[in-house]
Design a protein around this ligand. Sequence first.
Ligand SMILES: NC(=O)c1ccc[n+]([C@@H]2O[C@H](COP(=O)([O-])OP(=O)(O)OC[C@H]3O[C@@H](n4cnc5c(N)ncnc54)[C@H](O)[C@@H]3O)[C@@H](O)[C@H]2O)c1
Length: 336
Amino acid sequence: MTLKFAVIGAGRIGKVHAENLVTRIPGAEVIGIADVVATAAQDVAAKLHIPKVSADYRELLADPAVQAVAICSATNTHSQIIREAAAAGKHIFCEKPIDFDLNRIDEALESVRKAGVKLQIGFNRRFDPNYARVRQAIVSQEIGELHMLHIISRDPGPPPVSYIKVSGGIFLDMTIHDFDMARFLTGSDAVEVYTVAGVKVDPAIGEAGDVDTAFIVMKFANGVTVSIDNSRKAVYGYDQRVEAFGSGGAIMTDNLYPNAATISTAQNVRRDLPLNFFMERYTYSYESELRDFVESVVNDKPLTVTGADGRAPVVMGLAAKKSYLEGRPVKLSEIG
Ligand SMILES: NC(=O)c1ccc[n+]([C@@H]2O[C@H](COP(=O)([O-])OP(=O)(O)OC[C@H]3O[C@@H](n4cnc5c(N)ncnc54)[C@H](O)[C@@H]3O)[C@@H](O)[C@H]2O)c1
């Protein structure tokens, strides 16, 4: 069986998902694409031969031939589109985060439950082979009992301020991936969060009410201590590393590079910069997460990243923000 998709949102990530669904996932077909900016949808449709194009996603939800949607629009539209897609009986792959507001997330999850459709959230990094190897080392106790986890996650440059304004802020937009990684690797949930953060990269980000540099320390229910180090700008490119430390050893992952060459001269030994951003660094995981979603729907298998997995990092993000604003450790139970 081929699962027929509509892609909603034809921006940065919408293009990646549309292309993967059309060209790399045999069990999927894209029969429609929508974007409020009609030309954005038209351009992707023309390139990928997608037959139906609309400026209104509701037109695609009303099409009985559409069986699943990939929600790739701006974050502030996700929970509403989830509710409408569920009511229309479509299976849903939705980009992170579900929403900034827990009540709206709960309404969206309830509509999914009622409709009996599947919902997977786009925490693609779980599908990256490096992190999967770290998880395997933790689960198999290859490094003994896990004590500490360090996550370094720095972007090569900040997104436009117009994006930052609708993104929910760094904790819900960027750190959210690291919160999910912390849950995935520890196999546990955070109980307390303490954030120290500021504006070091661009004052315009501060004027938009956000921060661009953050350090977050967390206690997890299983006793593991986790740190997350975020910056919106690493001049040498996308910096994505983790180290897990346990009673029997440690495991760490490095960045990925476009090549393995080293250049040795009389002055120094050097190499080229790491892969620059998420589209190059996480290429495999974007394909793999959608393949997993399609298999879950077609074979009615449990999902790898559920709606509950989409909610938990939002609670962590809200706690991290509260901690920053109030200058104190915040218990997750204070958020809900
Ligand atoms: N998982 C990841 O690695 C990853 C990477 C990038 C973005 N994202 C997430 O994907 C979402 C989109 O991010 P982006 O970087 O592609 O942003 P973007 O601004 O490049 O694209 C968003 C697109 O959605 C369209 N849009 C907005 N409202 C719409 C609506 N009501 N109906 C249809 N289209 C609408 C916009 O016109 C735009 O073309 C965000 O929620 C972001 O958090 C996830």
